[in-house]
Design a protein. Structure first.
Length: 284
């Protein structure tokens, strides 16, 4: 029975060491970034968002150590920058937390927090969220999962921030590296009530629901075969490895990426060493 209060992928969180430096790097890759946000004090983090439709990417950095951000700090110390967790859209975080509690899992949260937002007309508002996390140990393939209820969508999905020089439109797939794709895909499928599907190359796909991006679990070797000629230096053999992004215009993508982009089959790919530990594959 599918979770009623949790629908597909909302955003992917890329942990970075130096938030402002990472933001400048992504601007040079042709992304439009939101103004820097600072989360509530107990979170101890700041972010920049890269907005698509219906999803987005989040560059997240630790500004002050807190109990809440201890797992994120441990991730960076253990394996460096990269996709540390993936969020689903929550219709109702409190109800969603109770749904997973009924399945024998102890949720973390729900937690309310906000960050100030400067709108395009110069006025300051707030982006408000209520999130809950699956238990920290429940991280299929090494990537944590959580659900995010947007209480103020209008201060997050701002049209001016959704147009990118590199023509990125949305996330198509989130690729998780693991030595055991079938096992980790089955783990996620149990947590979110979805059916895994084996691919011809040995990877395993798990739909996230709601017509959103899918999870793909695969080995680093399988990832390398999907994107020949792309150096994978900077990726761990276990954890969030790549985002496949749908482009509205691959010629514009190629132009915006410049020397950072590598042609690989039908995709234009930014190697992880050029994108803060995350391989970015742009497809038509």
């Amino acid at each position: 029975m599918a979770l009623k209060n949790v629908i597909g992928i909302d955003h992917a969180v890329v942990m970075v060491r130096d938030l402002d430096k990472a933001a400048e790097n992504y601007r040079q890759l042709g992304f439009t970034l939101s103004p820097r946000g600072t989360h509530s004090a107990h979170m101890g983090t700041g972010n920049y968002t890269i907005m698509f439709d219906p999803d987005y990417m989040e560059l997240l950095g630790v500004l002050a150590p807190t109990e809440h951000n201890a797992p994120a700090r441990a991730f960076v110390e253990r394996q460096g920058e990269g996709i540390e967790r993936v969020a689903f859209t929550a219709i109702d975080s409190a109800a969603g937390a109770e749904e997973i509690r009924a399945r024998g899992l102890t949720p973390i949260g729900p937690t309310d927090f906000e960050r100030p937002v400067t709108l395009p007309d110069g006025t300051v508002s707030a982006a408000k969220f209520r999130t809950f996390m699956w238990p920290t140990a429940e991280a299929p393939g090494g990537a944590r999962i959580f659900a995010c209820q947007h209480k103020t969508r209008e201060t997050v999905w701002i049209p001016e921030l959704m147009r990118h020089a590199n023509a990125a439109k949305r996330i198509s797939e989130v690729l998780i590296a693991t030595p055991e794709p079938a096992k980790d895909a089955a783990h996620l499928a149990r947590l979110i009530d979805r059916e895994p599907k084996a691919e011809a190359d040995g990877a395993v796909t798990v739909p996230s629901g709601g017509g959103r991006a899918a999870f793909v679990y695969l080995t680093l070797d399988q990832l390398g075969k999907r994107y020949p000629g792309v150096p994978l230096a900077g990726l761990s053999e276990r954890g969030g490895a790549a985002l496949v992004l749908a482009s509205g215009d691959l010629a514009a993508t190629e132009k915006a990426l410049g020397s950072a982009g590598v042609r690989s089959g039908a995709a234009i790919v930014v190697p992880p060493a050029r994108a803060n530990g995350t391989l970015l594959a742009f497809i038509a």
